[in-house]
Design a protein around this ligand. Structure first.
Ligand SMILES: *Cc1c(COP(=O)(O)O)cnc(C)c1O
Length: 356
């Protein structure tokens, strides 16, 4: 048992969406479940969320709440991309691999163009080259927008300079700039910068501000820094079936998420757990920690015998997807030091048994 939460120790490190929700978020939904509220996002709480996000981002922003990250991403991209447009992204990106073609579908057939680069970050020099190709050629789809993920799908981070450099490319070629911030808070607390610095000050036009993975039940905010996208977004959200009639329940989640810095506290907890895990694994026999856990995702290489023994002991994680013996551990807002120490003690036990 976990002394802190009175919960059984968490055995799965598969992803951050296997955790439930913060109690503040769950309680807010209950609290707002009685009484009447104006429908379709015209309620007071939805307005409050827009004002809160404007405060957090230090400027007026347009906010569109949706229940999934796929909807947030696809709606943002479709608002910036004509059907003949190119969306530049990293090959490892969620929009490229994990959204079942939703960005293409929502944009009526725009083309995803992948730009490689180390640590799941697209290379700005290649991006500059590619976005300059065949511009104005009626036979070829045309550059429309760039999408980056912060923190990335492998838990790495774009530095502020790297984001700004991509922003410059977008500005120079009049391309839209989207950020998939499914793990926005994890990146923010890791970089220690302001939300404004990580987004619009570096040229970002549209952000998928994630909350689900970091303590909400099902809530993501489309945050638009470019107000000219707002009118179109309002129709697109409704047309795609993402304008919830009882929007208060999404707003209640985001409101609680932003209250008393819950979103930042949750992200710190997740990141700290990943660092604890990385420190504990470093130097163990048969274990190679691959990159520093910059946010809340840790990759390492484990001997097959360790992987097998951990799985047998009931631990959950993805392995051998990214290469032989490569294991991914993801921590969340709900991961405690005890959860991490329990995993570490199992790893050490396995290693001891193997070498005995
Ligand atoms: C989880 C995730 C999303 C959102 O996924 P949904 O399942 O649609 O909510 C988007 N981008 C990244 C990088 C993710 O990890």
């Amino acid at each position: 048992m976990n002394a802190q939460s009175n919960q059984p120790l968490a055995l799965s490190f598969a992803s951050d969406n296997i955790a439930g929700a913060s109690k503040e978020v769950a309680q807010a939904m209950i609290r707002h479940s009685t009484g009447q509220a104006s429908a379709y996002g015209t309620d007071e709480l939805s307005l409050k969320v827009k004002l809160k996000l404007s405060e957090i981002f230090e400027r007026d922003v347009e906010v569109f709440l949706v229940p999934t990250g796929t909807a947030a991403n696809s709606l943002c991209l479709s608002a910036m991309t004509p059907p003949w447009g190119n969306i530049y992204c990293h090959p490892a990106s969620h929009i490229n691999n994990d959204e079942c073609g939703a960005p293409e579908f929502f944009s009526n057939g725009a083309k995803l163009m992948t730009i490689d680069g180390p640590s799941a970050k697209l290379d700005v020099t290649r991006l500059r080259e590619r976005t300059g190709e065949k511009v104005g050629d009626v036979h070829t789809t045309q550059p429309a927008c760039v999408s980056i993920t912060q923190a990335t799908e492998v838990g790495s981070l774009y530095s502020l300079d790297e984001i700004a450099a991509i922003g410059e490319v977008c500005k120079a070629s009049a391309l839209g700039f989207h950020m998939d911030g499914s793990r926005f808070a994890n990146a923010l607390v890791a970089l220690g910068c302001s939300p404004a610095q990580m987004t619009w000050k570096a040229g970002v036009d549209a952000l998928s501000f994630g909350a689900t993975k970091n303590g909400a039940l099902a809530a993501e905010a489309i945050v638009l820094f470019n107000p000219t996208l707002a009118t179109e977004m309002s129709y697109r959200r409704k047309r795609s079936g993402h304008l919830l009639s009882k929007m208060r329940f999404i707003s209640a989640q985001i409101d609680a998420y932003l209250t008393d810095d819950l979103w930042l506290r949750n992200a710190r907890q997740a990141n700290t757990a990943a660092q604890r895990l990385a420190r504990g694994l470093a130097g163990l026999r048969g274990v190679e920690v691959m990159a520093g856990a910059e946010a809340n995702i840790l990759f390492c290489k484990l001997d097959s015998a360790i992987i097998e023994a951990l799985l047998k002991a009931g631990f959950g994680f993805y392995h051998d997807r990214w290469g032989p013996n490569i294991v991914r551990f993801v921590t969340s807002f709900a991961t405690t030091a005890e959860d991490v120490d329990h995993l570490l003690s199992q790893v050490r036990q396995v290693i001891d048994t193997l070498s005995a």
